[in-house]
Design a protein around this ligand. Structure first.
Ligand SMILES: [Ca+2]
Ligand SMILES: [Ca+2]
Length: 206
């Protein structure tokens, strides 16, 4: 293989990779709460500065503790809710977004102890709440999946989970596998692959 054709092959690979990555890359850092590592069968409470990507109050990370298994990987977060204190806890992360771009958002959630447990999920572009969903339909017996789409209206969008009824004796909700990806419909994906192949043809002609 000549040096020329090696370079042409490398160029084609680079272009395909560059086009393929944005469609599947998760914009949420540490969306599965696998960092920091907690020993299997235990849990630990962290300040937000110790949890990659996330901010919030007293973020608990569990690793297959107390018979609860993760939806993704081996760890998940507990969104705390202290009974009877009136204290609501939040876990949140700001992601960079492009105004007008459509994003798909999803996460796994599970009530810790009772079906009364609930929390709110909010999308907050540039500091003002745009959309909220109350997730009070779930059970303790397994993970449920929330999924939806949004069009960004700011260059950053906060994803925020907040416990909402601490005064009624709830103790927490589990979260895992939080994802935000650029929404790309199937025909768009094929078009991008076509562009990559066009790039390969061009580099061979040079
Ligand atoms: Ca996980
Ligand atoms: Ca672990």
């Amino acid at each position: 293989m000549s040096l020329f054709s090696r370079l042409a092959g490398l160029s084609a690979f680079t272009m395909l990779f560059a086009f393929a990555t944005p469609a599947s890359a998760n914009l949420v850092v540490n969306g599965g709460f696998e960092n920091p590592d907690v020993a299997s069968g235990t849990w630990k409470s962290f300040d937000s500065s110790d949890v990659a990507g996330w901010d919030g109050s007293r973020i608990e990370i569990w690793d297959n503790y107390n018979g609860e298994t993760a939806h993704e990987g081996s760890q998940f977060a507990e969104l705390n809710s202290d009974p009877y204190t009136g204290s609501a806890f939040s876990i949140y992360q700001d992601i960079e977004t492009v105004i007008g771009e459509t994003y798909d958002v999803s996460f796994a959630y599970q009530a810790r102890q009772s079906e009364r447990e609930s929390f709110e999920f909010a999308l907050i572009p540039d500091g003002s709440v745009a959309s909220t969903w109350l997730l009070d339909d779930h059970t303790t017996s397994g993970w449920s999946i929330f999924s939806g789409s949004f069009i960004a209206s700011a260059i950053n969008t906060r994803l925020m989970f907040t416990s909402v009824t601490p005064e009624t004796g709830t103790i927490g909700n589990f979260l895992d596998d939080v994802k935000v990806i650029v929404s790309v419909p199937e025909p768009g994906t094929l078009a991008l692959l076509g562009l990559g192949l066009m790039g390969m043809g061009l580099s061979r002609r040079r």
